[in-house]
Every structure is written in structure tokens, then in C-alpha cells.
Design a protein around this ligand. Structure first.
Ligand code: 26Q
Length: 801
């Protein structure tokens, strides 16, 4: 839209007056943010209305992306960017004596997710709107997001994330669109005159699902899509039903907190209630919207697609079956055909323990009608497939087995498409995790490599870099990230490489300033900023990174004359509150940081900064400042990774195992521009098959490794006698489940190479440039376009490959 600076200032001051009945000098940064938010909603309002109207009039196919997590990040700047208002607003604020950065920092960052999966959902929402694709998000409006992490004496402490305390400017409550969701009770099926069956329910616990909608603004295209998050409330009690406090609490708790666990399938009944709650409300609202303009449901498959982001929303499958049969009078066969046509599923994990299952007794008690339907799906599956694949395979893959409802299997059986999120991951789904189902439905399996929204991760997070790219390429790359490859032409232009260094230094200064104020730690910006930011998990192997720090520490202590470039090791990581081992590693990193950072022999040659409370907003600060991107999971364990792509796009070089999308990053940027190391997935599986991994052999064979490991238990690192022993034992007594010791040597070797290569800044920046230039391949726009073409069968704006 067109907006002059003068008009903006007038509008903004008027908004302040209306909202606060006072003038600007009397408002806080937060108050100014709220006023700006209101103003932007007003500016974007016509787009949002028009978008919905156009979808309705043109009767276009709609996709609904169901995800139990969304991590949208702060929306102020991304809305300004996509609306094309960044310049006049920044200018106007400045003329009023205000600073956009300051105001933006006052916006709460909704932590409605754990990590990669939730952030991926948000990047895809951004891309769907930017592609002009009729995409809707469907999730949960958690009252409290992922916990706020603080460190006390080096230990992680979890505080509540009260992100809604002052309300959310972007959301619209739509009570008129509420749905009832039923739990528990009994259900009977009564035969009707026409031969169909009708359910009768009694003693159910009913919950009102109230939607809150947030506009997802497209990139300069006038499109605003909707992210719909559901909140659980008491049903309206026309009959004066009295709710006890206990009943009220039971309803409230459904959308009260996000499960702070991305490591295991937790068996809590509350989690199952959350899953059904947003699945049911979402499907009900889809069908209601659809039925307003269609007679019957015959065309459902041509008009809607439902995407299941990991197994958490899998209950959309039996829920759609229920509604089609019980409310829309479909036969089983018609309902089943429609359901499979509509549904598609993305798997995000290969860790067996993260495959969700629910005890049948719990499921039956909580969702009696859905249970009947799952039993029927199971019966049909067995009847159809046993003659072809035999009883053993069918027993292993049926939705019901071992007293459990197996969500991943249900998702595969009830969808027409199943995808992994990187080529290796999809291969492993076929050959390992879902091998048996791949035998049954080979045509359903496909790969969709993850992508990132370069709007947020480059244009917003790294304005200096974006401005530099504009100087060379113009601004087309901003809408077509594949154009970044044209930067390759400047690899031999020394002045440009110097500018790239200057950009990096500027970003390192900004991060150093934050670290100074948060941790009281002074950093040199000519040091290598070596970054690992992701959830704390054994398979991600923050421990390997710790061993490198210990090695560097010992080396400086023992050979002070040997000079290497200074290093700063930067961590950001939350551990699931119940994940004891991960918390021990946090304590270890903090204790090591204490030791290293305060040792006068070390000075400014080596620093360790564990930044608390890592999330989307801190990512925007840390990623542009990184020189080295640590992507060091045990090969085969990380489905894809997405911070690897964000760091690449910001010119960090990957120190990476050949796992997940690292493989594709290394290929896209070229081996010579990254630091690959370690066991391949094949080698890891080889150890599993032969059963001949002996961690202790590595310990015995390598005196340096032994020296490093011994510091865990010999008092070198004060304050970790318990944790050090626990970690030491996990490696040597319990044989190192994630092959840390096997990969130690090749990892260290690449770290040494990095120290060597960093000294030639010209060459280093050439490598950084190769990474930036190749990062366009991982654009979320391209990824979403592939979903739209191959899975959802949806029209969208064409993209140049
Ligand atoms: C399950 C049951 C109970 C409580 C919590 C959960 C739960 C919650 C979140 C299980 C898993 C998750 C999240 C998984 C996740 O983030 N996976 C990551 O997805 C990214 C996007 O595809 C990939 O890039 C990462 O490799 C993958 O780890």
C-alpha cells in the first residue's frame, strides 16, 4: 500500500490519542507498539476482508495446516515489511523521536511451540500468504507458551511465559464461530429408517472452542490469510448448568500450557485432550464453512486439503469420518474415500520413542465415538491388506496394536500422501521407521525438504546484509530468493568481500552488546563466533561441542605460546523440564563457561556464552552474527534441521555431520565451502546391525580424548561432580548411544581446519558468500510451492526455479 511519512505520523498520533487519551510523551514503548499494531491492522483490514471474499467468490481450494505448535515470532516488522511500509513508518517514528527497533522489542514473542516443527509451520504460513495460496493455519491458543528459561547457579529454571498478560494486538476473537467439542461419556448408535446409524451421547463433558484469528500478511501482494488458534472455554449454559470449580479447571487446563517436551511422546491424557480439542474444532469449522456454499460433500476433495503436521493432529482423520457419517449422512466407503483424498501427513522424526501412541483404554474413555471409528478403520485395514501382505505385517502396521492407538500408522493409512522433510529422512522412513507401511503404500511416500522464510531470516533479521545484496542484485531476490545465486559472480571482487566482512562485524557487535548486558561478558568481534542453537538433546550432541571447548581450554593452558584465532562459543538451548540428562549438559556448559571466562591465563582468547531463553527473537539476533554453524547431530537422527538453513543464508559455514538437510546444504554450497565430518548414517546403521560399537576403545586409543573426558570427573571443571560423572558414565559405562566418541577425532580435525582457514579472511568470506548464494534453494516459498503442486493440488503464483 502507499503511505506517506506525513500521513503515517498523523494516523499514529491519532491512534495514540484514541487508545490512551494522552499524548505521545506519556506512553511506553509497549504502548507505542500496541498503537502501531492497531494502526497496521487498520491498514491491512481491507486486504484481509478482500482475501476471504475472493477465496469465497472464486470458490478456490483451501488448505488447512493443522499444527499443535506455531512459532510466528514478533509480527510488527514482518507485517511492515510485507505491507511495504517499513520505510515510511521507520522514518515517521524517527521524526517523532521514536525508534522502530525499540518499539519492536516491546512486542511479546509468542512461544507457542518447542522448536523446529513449530517454526516451520510459521515459515510456511508466511510463504502461503506470499504465494497467494489459500492457506489457513489451525492450532491452539496456549495461555502460556514454552517456559521462560533462566539459569540459577548454572542450572536451568523454568518460569511461566505469560505472553498474553497485556493482550495480543494481532488477534481477533470470533465467538460467533465457536464450536462444541465433546469428551467422555457414552455413545450409542441407533438405526434410522434409511438404514444409517445415528449417535446418541450421554454424560459427555462439553467444551466450547473459541477461535482467535490472526492475519498472515503476504509479501506485497494484497493477500492476508488466517491463522486460527482455539481457546477452551465453558460452554454457554442456557440451561443454567452449574459448573464446579473442578469442572472449570478441567476445561481451562486444555489450552493453558504448551507441552514443553519435544523429545518423547508423553502419555498424558491432557495432551490427548489438547490434540482432539483443536483437531475437532478445526474440522468442524472447515465443514461448516464449506457447507455454507456447497450442497452435499461430493466435491470436498476438490475444495479442501487438510495437512497433518506430525502426528499430533492425526485425530482429524477419524473426526472427519465422524462428521461425514454422523452429520452429513455419508456411507463408510464414501466418507473414507473423501477423507483420504483430503488428508496428507508430514513426519518430522525418526526417533522411535517419539512416535506417538495412546493406550486404548484412555482413548476409548476420552473419545468413545472416535474409538468406534478407529476400530472400524483398523478392521477395514486388516480385512483389505491381510490377504496381500500377510498377518504378521498387518499386525505390525494396523492402527490398533499392543493395546495402543498408533498415531503415525493411522496418519499414513488415512492420508494420500506421507512425506519426510529431507531426502535422507524420507529414505529412512521408507527403509526403517515406516518400512512396513511403505511396502503397503509405496506411492504415498514422497520427500519435501524443509525451507525457511528468507523474509524473516534475512530481510528482517539481517538488514545490513539485505541492503548489501540490494546494491549488487537490486531487490528482486527479496521476492525470488533463488536469485541469490547471482551473488556468486562477486566472489572475486575484493571490495565486496570486505563489505561482507563489515556486515558480519556489525552483526557481531550487536550480539556482543546483548551478551555484555545479559551475561556481563566482553567479547572480541574479531573472534570466530561459533554458534549452536537448538533444543538441548543427546542426539544433537551439544556434548561434542563441549569437548572442543575443553580441548581448546587445555591447549591454551598447556601451550600458551601456540596462537590460534580467538573463539567465542555461543549456545542457545532449552531442555525439556523432565529431561534430566539434557539438564545436566546445560549445567556442564555453564560450569565450563564459568571456568573458561574467568581464567586469567585464557584472557580473551576463548569465551563461552550460553544465552538463556533461546527462541525466535534471539535467533534473529544470533544467526546474523555467526561465523560457524554447528550442525552436529548423530547421522540419521536429525530429520532435517532448519537453523542450518538460516545460518547458511546469513553467511555462516556449516560444521556438519551428513545428516538431515545438512547433506543438501553441503551439496548446494559445495564441499569446499563447508566442514563436513563424522560417521555417515550408513555407518551408524552398520554399528547397529553388527552390534560392535565400543566407545571405550576410542577413549583408550586417543590420549587427547581421554584427557578431555577425564576433566568431567577429575575436578578440572568445578561444580559438576554429579553431572560430570553422569555424563562420563553415559559415554563409557553405557556405551555412548549417540556415537560422540566415534566422531570426536574428525570433528576436532575440522575445528582445527576452521581455526586455520579463518585467518585468511578473503577466502573465508568467499566461502560465506558461496553459502549465501546457495541458500535460495532452501526458500520456504519453493518448499510450499512443491507441497501445493504435488500434495495439495492447489493453484499459486508461479515461482522461478
Ligand atoms: C509429543 C508428545 C507429547 C508432548 C510433546 C510431543 C512433541 C512435541 C514437539 C513431539 C515432537 C515435537 C517437535 C518435533 C520437532 O520439532 N521436530 C523437528 O522438526 C523440524 C521441522 O521439520 C526438523 O527440522 C527437525 O529435524 C526435527 O527435529
Amino acid at each position: 500500500m502507499k503511505l506517506t511519512t506525513a500521513q503515517f505520523k498523523t494516523d499514529f498520533l491519532a491512534e495514540i490519542k484514541t487508545l490512551y487519551a494522552t499524548d505521545l510523551s506519556d506512553t511506553s514503548a509497549f504502548g507505542q507498539f500496541v498503537a502501531l499494531g492497531h494502526l497496521l491492522r487498520r491498514y491491512d483490514g481491507p486486504n484481509w476482508t478482500r482475501t476471504s471474499e475472493r477465496y469465497r467468490q472464486d470458490d478456490v481450494k483451501q488448505v488447512y495446516y493443522f499444527s499443535i505448535e506455531f512459532l510466528p515470532g514478533r509480527l510488527l516488522k514482518s507485517n511492515l515489511l510485507n505491507l511495504g511500509l517499513m520505510q515510511p513508518v521507520r522514518q515517521g517514528l524517527q521524526e517523532l523521536g521514536l525508534d522502530l527497533e525499540n518499539i519492536s522489542a516491546a512486542e511479546p514473542d509468542p512461544g507457542l511451540g518447542n522448536g523446529g516443527l513449530g517454526r516451520l509451520a510459521a515459515c510456511y504460513m508466511d510463504s502461503m500468504a506470499s504465494l497467494g495460496l489459500a492457506g489457513n493455519g489451525n492450532g491452539i491458543r496456549y495461555r502460556y507458551g514454552l517456559f521462560k528459561q533462566v539459569f540459577m547457579n548454572g542450572y536451568q529454571v523454568e518460569l511461566p511465559d505469560d505472553w498474553l498478560r497485556n493482550g495480543d494486538v494481532w488477534e481477533i476473537r470470533r465467538e460467533n464461530k465457536a464450536c462444541l467439542v465433546r469428551f467422555g461419556g457414552n455413545v450409542w448408535m441407533t438405526p434410522q429408517a434409511d438404514g444409517s446409524l445415528k449417535p446418541t451421547y450421554e454424560h459427555t463433558d462439553d467444551v466450547l472452542a473459541v477461535p482467535y484469528d490472526t492475519g498472515m500478511v503476504g509479501d506485497h501482494n494484497g493477500v492476508t490469510n488466517t491463522l486460527r488458534l482455539w481457546s477452551a472455554e465453558l460452554p454457554p449454559s442456557a440451561d443454567q448448568t452449574y459448573y464446579s470449580q473442578a469442572q472449570r479447571d478441567r476445561i481451562d487446563e486444555i489450552t493453558k500450557v504448551l507441552y514443553p517436551d519435544d523429545s518423547n511422546s508423553a502419555g498424558q491424557a491432557l495432551r490427548l485432550r489438547q490434540e482432539y480439542f483443536f483437531s475437532s474444532a478445526g474440522v468442524q469449522s472447515i465443514l461448516r464453512h464449506y457447507s455454507l456454499r456447497h450442497h452435499g460433500v461430493r466435491e470436498l476433495g476438490q475444495k479442501i486439503a487438510i495437512h497433518i503436521n506430525d502426528t499430533h493432529p492425526t485425530l482429524v482423520i477419524p473426526e472427519l469420518m465422524r462428521l461425514l457419517m454422523d452429520d452429513h449422512h455419508c456411507s463408510w466407503d464414501v466418507a473414507w474415500e473423501l477423507t483420504r483424498e483430503v488428508m496428507s501427513y508430514t513426519n518430522h522424526t525418526i526417533m522411535q520413542e517419539a512416535l506417538e501412541t495412546w493406550p486404548i483404554d484412555m482413548f476409548k474413555g476420552l473419545l468413545p465415538r472416535l474409538y468406534q471409528i478407529v476400530v472400524e478403520i483398523d478392521r477395514h485395514y486388516r480385512a483389505d491388506k491381510t490377504p496381500i501382505f500377510g498377518e504378521a505385517l498387518v499386525n505390525r502396521t494396523a492402527p490398533l496394536g499392543n493395546g495402543q492407538v498408533r498415531m503415525a500408522y493411522l496418519a499414513v493409512i488415512g492420508s494420500h500422501s506421507v512425506n519426510g522433510v529431507a531426502p535422507l529422512h524420507t529414505e529412512l522412513l521408507k527403509t526403517d521407521v515406516l518400512r512396513d507401511l511403505y511396502a503397503v503404500y509405496p506411492e504415498r511416500f514422497n520427500n519435501k525438504t524443509n525451507g525457511i522464510a528468507t523474509r524473516r531470516w534475512v530481510q528482517i533479521a539481517n538488514e545490513p546484509l539485505a541492503a548489501l545484496i540490494d546494491q549488487k542484485l537490486g531487490t528482486e531476490w527479496r521476492h525470488e530468493p533463488s536469485q541469490l545465486k547471482l551473488l556468486g559472480a562477486y566472489a572475486t571482487e575484493p571490495a565486496f568481500l570486505k563489505q561482507l566482512t563489515a556486515v558480519k562485524t556489525k552483526n557481531k557487535q550487536a550480539l556482543a552488546k546483548y551478551i555484555q548486558s545479559e551475561l556481563g561478558l566482553t567479547l572480541r568481534t574479531d573472534a570466530i563466533f561459533d554458534v549452536q542453537i537448538k533444543r538441548l538433546h543427546a542426539y544433537k550432541r551439544q556434548l561434542l561441542h563441549v569437548f572442543e571447548i575443553i580441548r581448546e581450554y587445555l591447549a591454551i593452558k598447556e601451550h600458551p605460546a601456540q596462537v590460534e584465532p580467538p573463539r567465542v562459543h555461543i549456545f542457545g538451548a532449552k531442555a525439556a523440564p523432565s529431561y534430566h540428562y539434557a539438564k545436566s549438559i546445560i549445567k556442564l556448559i555453564n560450569a565450563l563457561a564459568d571456568l573458561v571466562n574467568h581464567d586469567p591465563d585464557i584472557g580473551d582468547r576463548l569465551k563461552v556464552a550460553f544465552i538463556p531463553n533461546y527462541g525466535v527473537s534471539l535467533g534473529e539476533l544470533i544467526i546474523p552474527a555467526a561465523d560457524v554453524s554447528e550442525q552436529i547431530s548423530t547421522a540419521s537422527k536429525e530429520a532435517s534441521g532448519t537453523s542450518n538453513m538460516k545460518l547458511m543464508a546469513n553467511g555462516a559455514l556449516s560444521l556438519a555431520t551428513r545428516d538431515g538437510a545438512n547433506i543438501d546444504i553441503i551439496q548446494a554450497a559445495g564441499e569446499a565451502n563447508e566442514y563436513p565430518f563424522g560417521l555417515s548414517a550408513k555407518a551408524v546403521y552398520g554399528y547397529y546391525e553388527r552390534g560392535d560399537y565400543h566407545a571405550a576403545d576410542f577413549y583408550q586409543a586417543d590420549p587427547e580424548l581421554k584427557r578431555v573426558l577425564d576433566t568431567l570427573i577429575d575436578g578440572t571443571i568445578p561444580g559438576v561432580s554429579t553431572e560430570g560423572r553422569e555424563i562420563y558414565d553415559s559415554l563409557l559405562r553405557y556405551n555412548d548411544e549417540f556415537f560422540v566418541l566415534a566422531d570426536y577425532e574428525s570433528y576436532i580435525q575440522q575445528q582445527r581446519q576452521i581455526s586455520h582457514d579463518f585467518q585468511d579472511q578473503r577466502q573465508w568470506q568467499q566461502k560465506a558468500l558461496a553459502n549465501i548464494a546457495a541458500a535460495g534453494v532452501f526458500s520456504a516459498d519453493l518448499a510450499v510451492a512443491r507441497y501445493a503442486d504435488d500434495i495439495w493440488q492447489m493453484p499459486h503464483t508461479p515461482l522461478k526455479a
